[in-house]
Design a protein around this ligand. Sequence first.
Ligand code: AMP
Ligand code: GLY
Length: 422
Amino acid sequence: MKVLVVGGGGREHALCWKLAQSPLLTKLWCAPGNAGIADVAECVPVGTEDIPALVEFARDHGVELVVAGPEAPLTLGLADACRAAGIPCFGPSQQAAALEGSKTFTKQVADAAGAPTAAWARFEDADAARAYIRAQGAPIVVKADGLAAGKGVVVAATVEEAEAAIAEIMEDRVHGSAGASVVIEECLIGEEASFFALCDGTVALPLAAAQDHKRVGDGDTGPNTGGMGAYSPAPAFTPAIEAEVMERIINPCLAEMAARGTPFTGVLFAGLMLTAQGPKLIEFNVRFGDPECQTLMLRLHSDLLPLLLAAAQGSLAGHHAEWRDDHAMVVVMATRGYPGAYAKGSRINGLDAAAAIPDAFVFHAGTVAGEDGAVLASGGRVLGVSARAATLAEARTTAYAAVAAIDWPEGFCRQDIGWRAL
Ligand code: AMP
Ligand code: GLY
């Protein structure tokens, strides 16, 4: 089977690495890929948001499955365009991808499905929003309603802080048009976990949970990032909680999407808060998490290709995902300055030494090959230095040994990935 993966980050490296092990695979391309992905797939110089060029490539090369990594091509209609061309696509339609783009839409779907989430209200008027905040009291959560690159959420400890967030988001428009309306939510207390389920429109297949570290600094301090590290399984996410999440959140929301005429295909990423009252939905994403995906791919025992194909073709019923009895951890190495401004083009040495450590894996997130074959940093998050082992503590030891083998003075990483679980 010929497969095209769309994307060029650590998530896509992990997906390509896993797909490349499938006995069913005959050819693997990745658009645009990166210097690490080039080891397991042929990289194609097409951007992730150039939908016509992606579909044209797939058609011209007889691609039998397109796998969308990031959300951007999905929100631009990649899956719809593939399906119109008769090519199965792993990923939701543009309409179903709204589960990631609009917080209000997700809340409406969850409420209609009876799925537990934080109590919420939406406001287009700043004074009305402030009055609501004063009536509810703190702590309280204020969110820009549109896409704000993960930065539009303020968990306010006081009413003053929440009111200041309203001024910034709605009046100063620090996130632009994403702040035309806000969603104000009850503050959920508990441990967070990311849970992933494959969906074929009507049937959902549970995968696994992971926990990530969104803040840039040790001890979960500093600004939010795309994710500085992750581990799986998530000890707090017990089998009983998984069953509850499937029954009360994933399955009802999937049914609600189908009933609306926008069935969801692909991977549903539920951001959850494990509260004293049970798991509650914080948000949905319509793709694998990055870097959570790296840990899932290391733990997945089953062949990934038939699972993704079955999801894309509506035939997931009867499929099952088997997992290694292992723990996996990924430590993200980023360019100094991230998530603020950073320089590109610094040279990374020691990658072979890191990968030679038993059970260590280096996934590339933002790299390009230099003219002399050197690997150069080309992004904020650059490497996902990963390991799998019988215990989380051993996985951490191996992952950080691999970090130590990498010679990249311009890079940094958190030193405490997994600290809550360890
Ligand atoms: P979101 O962009 O909706 O995932 O929110 C980003 C982060 O804000 C989440 O990962 C949580 O840590 C936090 N957060 C969002 N909504 C809530 C809530 N209702 N209660 C507590 N924390 C929240
Ligand atoms: N690591 C969080 C995300 O992919 O959204």
